[in-house]
Design a protein around this ligand. Structure first.
Ligand SMILES: [Fe+2]
Ligand SMILES: [Fe+2]
Length: 150
């Protein structure tokens, strides 16, 4: 497998992560109930836009590397802890799920940044920018967790 297609495969993995995150953030942002959930819901709605933009940026780069973004038939769900709870007031469950998803995104972008070293500086730069967004998301939700689990 060429370097380009190896990198493209990792970008597709990140793309699925972003798409699954979008699905789950949409669900949490409407499913949650209660005063304690209001701020979390607002932020999740804003993050849906951010994660969707990430997915589109990744798909565009996949194309530039000579590969193709697959359709939904190739999708496999992996975000077990980000599944909505049947208790719609369980804000902590949502926050913990988001933290895990953001940490996984951070790890994946860090590994792609390393993979690109000396080979593909454009993809590396792109992933550094995505990493910055995910670290900001992670920090926001780690802050929420402090308040919700004193
Ligand atoms: Fe993202
Ligand atoms: Fe994120």
């Amino acid at each position: 497998m060429s370097e380009k297609s190896k990198i493209a495969d990792e970008l597709i993995r990140a793309y699925w992560g972003e798409m699954e995150t979008v699905m789950n953030y949409v669900a949490h942002s409407v499913n949650l109930d209660g005063v304690r959930a209001e701020e979390i819901k607002k932020i999740l709605i804003a993050e849906v836009t951010s994660e969707m933009t990430h997915a589109q940026t990744l798909a565009k780069r996949v194309k530039e590397l000579g590969s193709q973004t697959p359709g939904s038939e190739a999708f496999r769900s992996v975000q077990k802890t980000l599944q909505p709870s049947s208790d719609t007031t369980d804000v902590v469950h949502t926050i913990k799920g988001v933290i895990k998803a953001e940490k996984e995104a951070v790890e994946l972008y860090r590994s792609i940044i390393k993979l690109c070293e000396g080979k593909d500086y454009v993809t590396q730069d792109l992933c550094i920018r995505l990493l910055a967004d995910e670290e900001a998301h992670l920090s926001t939700f780690e802050g929420f967790l402090k308040e919700y689990t004193p």
